[in-house]
Design a protein around this ligand. Sequence first.
Ligand code: DX5
Ligand code: ZN
Length: 231
Amino acid sequence: MAPSAEDIHDKLAPSILSADFARLGEEIRAVERAGADMIHFDVMDGHFVPNISIGIPVMESVRKVTRLPIDAHLMISEPARYVEAFVKAGANSISVHCEVCPDIPAMARRIHDLGARASIGINPETDADKVLPFAEHLDMSLVMSVHPGFGGQEFIPAALDKLRYIRRELKRRGLSIDVEIDGGVKLDNIADVKAAGANVFVSGSGIFGKPDYGKIMNEMRELVVHTPSKL
Ligand code: DX5
Ligand code: ZN
């Protein structure tokens, strides 16, 4: 059955890149208790982005401590080589960057065949039209609102126009896939990204940088719930 607007749910996705890795299990349980809908798991290879983060063994460990869906955000140059390993290690969805994905439908098929949800990431300097023609193959598109590689950066405001453009195009074509915003999302801009059409909100330093995850996530959720999508 074709998806309808009612299928789009708002989801808070804490990015564990900003968690205390020495206490990762506790950190994940804490955001789960605080109402997280999904865990955002940032993988960096020191090549696609100028930083190195976590990989497959950490995914296996994280899988054991949470029942939440885990999205593996692969900021790596050769995603096709690793999607299977990440799904086997416990990822429920895989986000691959369009900048390193020459055949989006084939990648989506591969991810679906492995039993996971397929998502394509779009860097700030990349045109949304690189991904939109293939939207019907996808479960989610991931819009970067910082240059990928590091947590704690400033939100790039041009991402709002990109979100609006993507959500309008999806609506026009009757598609209601998730649109995830990633980078610099905090209490002071989460309403703006919701209004612009995002429904999955990644936040790393905006949550893990705060003393009380429950309080900050409740405040975020209130804003999201009470802000209509203006499209
Ligand atoms: C950036 C990562 C983001 C990052 C978000 O390269 O893809 O997921 O962890 O962190 P904040 O919310 O601190 O910008
Ligand atoms: Zn990310």
